[in-house]
Design a protein around this ligand. Sequence first.
Ligand code: ZN
Length: 398
Amino acid sequence: MDQTVILKNVRPWGESATDVLIREGRIAAVGPAAATMEAQSVDGRGAILLPGLVEAHTHLDKTLYGMPWNRNSVPSNLVAKITNERNSKKRIGLDPARQSARQVALSVGHGTTHIRSHVDVDTEHGLAGVHGVMATREKYADVVDIEIVAFPQSGMLIREGTKELMDEALSLGADVVGGLDPSSMDLDPKGHLDVVFALAEKHGKPIDIHLHEPGELGIFTTRLIIERTRAHAMGGKVTISHAFCLGHNDYLAIGRLLEQLAETGIAIMTTGPADYACPPLIRTLDAGVRVCSGSDGIRDCWGPYGNADMLERAVFLGMRNDLDRDDDILRAVEVVTTGGATVLGLEGYGVKVGDVADLVLIDGETLTEAVVSRRPRPLVMKRGRVVARDGAPLFTTE
Ligand SMILES: [Zn+2]
C-alpha cells in the first residue's frame, strides 16, 4: 500500500494515453512521468483505465461456483425457488465463507473492486450467511471492499423471529438493511416497511429493498417506499433493487414515479434482465435517478447463470434497453462504475488525482469496443496494489 507505482501508457476512460503515478494507495499525479528509482513501473500498453467496477447487487453467500454441478429442476416461481434454496443449503453442503471467497476471486479477476452483497437472514439458517461473508470480507479486505445487506430472503413478518435476527445481523456488522417484496411476500407492506425503516433508524444504516412486484402492485409498494423515505428523511440512503414495476407500460404513471424517485433521492438497481419488464435505463437516468447494477445470484439454487463480469452486465443493460449508439453504451458503463459508486457512497472513486487507486485496465480500441469485446482484464489494482493480472486473481481460495 505504501509502494509508489507508475502506471505507464494508459488511457483514462479511453481518452489519450498518459501515465498515472500512484502513491500510498491513491492517485498522486496524472501526466507524463519519468521512471525513478523508488517507483515500480508497470507498462499499461495503451490499455483503457477505469476505476474498479462496482458489483452493486449480488448474493455472495449462496453461489455454488466451484461446487459440483447443481442439477436444477425447480419450478419457475419465486416462492418455490426460495423454499427450494432454504431446504437445499445444508443438504448440498453450502459453506457461505468458502463460497463467498470463490465469488470474490471471480469478481476481482474481472476488475471489480467493490461489492454490495445481500446475505440471507432467516430462521432456518440464522446468521450463518452473515458470519461467512463477514469472514470473507475480513480475509480479503486487501483485494475488495464488501458491503453486507442483511436480507430477509424468506420474508420478514411471515417467519417469526426474522426481525430479531435482522437486528442482530446489523449489530454484528451488516452495513445495510434489506427488505423483500413488502406487499406480495409478507402481505403486509406497512408492517414490513415499519420494520425495515425502524431498523435503519436504530442502526443508522441505509436500506436496499428487493422489489420484484410487477405492474400496479409494484407501483403501489414503490409509492409507500417513497412516502417512508420522505418521512424518515432518508433521501440518498434508499435503494430499490429490480423495481420491475418501472417496466410497466403505463408511460405517464412511470414518468411520475421516476420524478418522485429522483426528488426523494431513491436509487434503482437493475440487472437488465432478459426475462422481465424492468426499469427503462435511459429514461430512468434522464429523470435524474441514480442507477447501479449487479450480477444478482451467480450459479446458485435459483439458476445456473452469471460470471461476475460487470462489463458483461453493461452489455446486458445495453441489449435489454436497445442501446446501440456509443454514447448510450457508455451510459451503461457509467452505471457499473460511477453509478454503483454513488449508490454505495464511495469516497475517492475515479481516476483523478486524489482518488483511491482502485483501478482496472481494459484492452480495447475505444471504451465501447472494449465493452462489447470484454477481453480478459490485463491488470486490476486495489488501493495501488496489483490484485489480478490477465483475468486471473493473484490470490487463491479454498
Ligand atoms: Zn438479489
